[in-house]
Design a protein around this ligand. Structure first.
Ligand SMILES: Nc1ncnc2c1ncn2[C@@H]1O[C@H](COP(=O)(O)OP(=O)(O)OP(=O)(O)O)[C@@H](O)[C@H]1O
Length: 299
């Protein structure tokens, strides 16, 4: 059954123009943009399970609903797609007459994920080249339409897929998500350094699960350590974009497919995500201005 679903996912990718033969070039220099999309940003973490997808979803929804932008969300985590659940979306995307997949929309965000193409329980047992071809199709084989921002929920780590995405797409910037724990911050540094190597600007570091506030007595516990992410951001000369606490409502609203920024828009957590979204748009405007003024300064 699971195998049948994988085969049918392959068929859908082929029907929409994917041949399986296109590969990411390991030597691609600067990535290229996608027609109609102004900025593409990556949400990344060196380590898995630190809340990268939760951050990507809440950021995308805040950019769409609080900042009133046209937003897309690409789930690039082929082996562990979580966007369909977190955005409460199911079903296969339609394919247009010109063989492009139509993104599936909820909460004002246009989404694409391998999770729409394969069964929920099917193990994705694809080798690297297949993953990269699928990523190419999920990125460029999609009729995104005009977007202000495409948020890419990156796979965890700094492997082949992460490097290829960073080289193939013209990323305006990358956000690094980490918990304050040393072991996560070491990997966050690796992630940040990978983006630097391929000359993608780092928009900043978000500390997730910064502390746990007891719902009964209100006491704060710094389960994963305290202040580490701020120090790492300073050391690596990155902006510290904010801290998101460890809260049951963040987890439960994600599981229900109703991100906390919408489920509890007046909560301090929703405000923290909105604040990050505003800082991101501000930084993107600055970077755009720097790019625009750069040649004039040189002249
Ligand atoms: N601030 C938070 N408070 C409570 N739960 C959280 C928070 N951030 C993330 N979670 C929960 O932690 C789990 C992992 O989060 P998430 O899937 O976003 O991590 P990830 O880094 O994208 O993982 P992966 O490496 O598997 O892609 C999820 O169950 C999510 O709901």
């Amino acid at each position: 059954m699971a195998l049948n679903r994988l085969i049918s996912a392959g068929r859908l990718l082929r029907r929409s123009g994917w041949t399986g033969s296109r590969r990411f070039s390991a030597h691609a220099a600067k990535g290229s943009s996608i027609d109609g999309i102004k900025d593409i940003i990556a949400v990344a973490s060196g380590k898995g399970g630190v809340g990268k997808s939760t951050t990507a979803v809440n950021l995308a929804v805040a950019l769409a609903n609080a900042c009133h932008l046209k937003v897309g969300l690409l789930d690039a985590d082929i082996y562990g797609p979580s966007i369909p659940t977190m955005m409460n979306l199911q079903g296969k995307p339609e394919v247009s007459a010109d063989r492009m997949m139509i993104p599936v929309e909820n909460h004002g965000v246009r989404c694409m994920s391998i999770g729409f193409l394969v069964d929920k329980d099917a193990p994705i047992v694809w080798r690297g080249p297949m993953v990269m071809s699928a990523l190419e199709k999920l990125t460029r084989g999609v009729a995104w339409g005009d977007l202000d921002i495409l948020v890419v929920d990156m796979p965890p780590g700094t492997g082949d897929a992460q490097l290829s995405i960073s080289q193939r797409l013209q990323l305006s910037g990358a956000l690094i998500v980490s918990t304050p724990q040393d072991i996560a911050l070491i990997d966050a540094r690796r992630g940040a350094n990978m983006f630097r190597k391929v000359e993608v600007p780092i928009l900043g570091l978000i500390e997730n699960m910064s502390c746990f506030k007891c719902p009964h007595c209100g006491e704060k516990s710094y389960i994963f350590g305290n202040g580490g992410a701020q120090r790492t951001a300073d050391e690596l000369d990155m902006k510290f974009l904010g801290e998101i606490p460890l809260e049951q409502d963040i987890r439960s609203s994600s599981d229900e497919g109703h991100p906390i920024v919408l489920a509890a828009p007046n909560s301090s957590v929703a405000k923290a995500y909105t604040d990050v979204a505003e800082k991101v748009t501000k930084r993107l405007t600055e970077l755009e201005e720097e790019r625009r003024l750069g040649p004039e300064i040189l002249l």
